[in-house]
Ligand binder design. Structure first.
Ligand code: CUA
Length: 381
């Protein structure tokens, strides 16, 4: 290696007799190595930036991403406004990047080392008032614009007043499920937030009070809004105003323990008349069917009632989800599994098999009791 290095140096020396040998070859190699590193870093950064920007524009064109959440195709305020602000900030930063990187590349190429260059230092320039003013004032102006744009968006979102007809709901984070209450409508449910659609005929946003029963959680449905945390002993607010009916998926976005990943939320957006039907159905007490009396007896004889509520009965527990209309929900255990008979049976027999670490214990029911309880729960429509 050393021999090869000295050979290279010799070669360089014979080519350029005017400069001191060791210094010239080393600084030449350093310079070109340094330049290549900078160029590579610039290309990697530019590529990453392009990917982010292109993803934002290509993804909506690709369309059919049903069931996949994305911050790039918001279908509600305030998600739309947040996206617009983010892209404006990204665009301004991209312009700065292009200008700075362009000047850097230009300097690297234009003033690169050339054969026959003198290796003395170039003239040093100090104290140009114009240049110093320019690179002080310009960034201040840019940062000021960014602050104004961002503050306006934040203020717009936070100051939104509830119009007439707005829905008020309270979302309470638990390990690991969502309690959802509509105090004005007298509805309690879990893991599925049902809201009306806002369209040209009227604006019907849903205002959420966010609370936590235990640790910090975060409510995040990417197509509808940004994240807002649910903090113990504190109430946060947020609102959504979806403009397209459908089911929107989201999840807890703040690590909250073992089953944080299975703390999923669904927001179901209904056209107005469909929403009214849903409200009326949820306001009913639990149905009572004599054919499942055995299951009801098992349910009320065990400690199920300490944790679960069933409307119109003595079961008024609040540690677990309200079961009054359990069968109207698409999933069990906060989105862990679809709400099917088999999964319900597996859940009642041993919840730990589906969601290890969850706070519902194995009640040690016999096979017959499990079947009876499942039959009873399936009447809770
Ligand atoms: Cu709740 Cu993570």
């Amino acid at each position: 290696m050393a021999r090869e290095m000295s050979k290279i140096q010799e070669l360089l020396c014979t080519k350029r007799k005017t400069v001191p040998c060791a210094f010239s070859s080393m600084s030449f190699m350093h310079l070109s190595l340094y330049r290549r590193k900078i160029l590579r870093a610039l290309f990697v950064f530019a590529f990453a930036l392009t990917c982010v920007v292109v993803a934002g524009h290509v993804e909506p064109v690709l369309g059919s991403t049903d069931g996949v959440t994305s911050i790039f195709r918001p279908l509600s305020q305030p998600a739309q406004e947040i996206k617009e602000t983010s892209f404006l900030v990204l665009a301004i930063c991209a312009v700065i990047f292009v200008v700075v990187a362009g000047l850097l590349v230009y300097a690297l190429v234009r003033f690169r080392h050339r054969a026959g260059d003198q290796l003395s230092e170039p003239p040093q320039v100090y104290g140009s008032n114009q240049i110093e003013l320019a690179w002080t004032v310009l960034p201040i102006l840019i940062v000021f614009v960014l602050i104004l744009v961002t503050s306006r968006t934040i203020a717009d979102i936070q100051d939104r007043k509830a119009p007439r007809g707005a829905i008020q709901a309270t979302v309470i984070g638990h390990q690991w499920w969502w309690e959802i209450r509509y105090p004005e409508l007298g509805i309690v449910t879990a893991n599925e937030l049902h809201v009306p659609l806002s369209d040209v005929t009227g604006s019907r946003p849903t205002f959420l009070k966010l609370q936590s029963a235990d640790v910090a959680h975060s409510f995040w449905v990417p197509l509808l809004s940004g994240k807002t945390d649910l903090i113990p002993n504190r109430e946060n607010m947020m609102w959504i105003e979806p403009t397209k009916p459908g089911t929107y998926l989201g999840n807890c976005a703040e690590y909250c323990g073992t089953q944080h990943a299975r703390m999923l939320i669904r927001v179901v957006v209904h056209p107005p008349d469909e929403f009214e039907r849903w409200v009326r159905a949820q306001q009913q007490s639990a149905s009572v069917e004599t054919s499942t009396a055995a299951g009801r007896k098992v349910f009320f004889a065990n400690s199920c009632v300490n944790c679960h509520s069933i409307g119109g009965t003595s079961a008024q527990g609040r540690f677990g989800p309200d079961l009054t209309h359990l069968m109207s929900r698409e999933t069990l255990a906060a989105g862990a599994v679809p709400n099917t008979t088999d999964n319900l049976r597996l859940w009642v027999r041993d919840p730990q098999k589906i969601k290890i670490g969850c706070l519902m214990p194995n009640m040690q029911l016999t096979d017959a009791e499990v079947d009876q309880v499942v039959a009873y729960l399936q009447t809770l429509k």
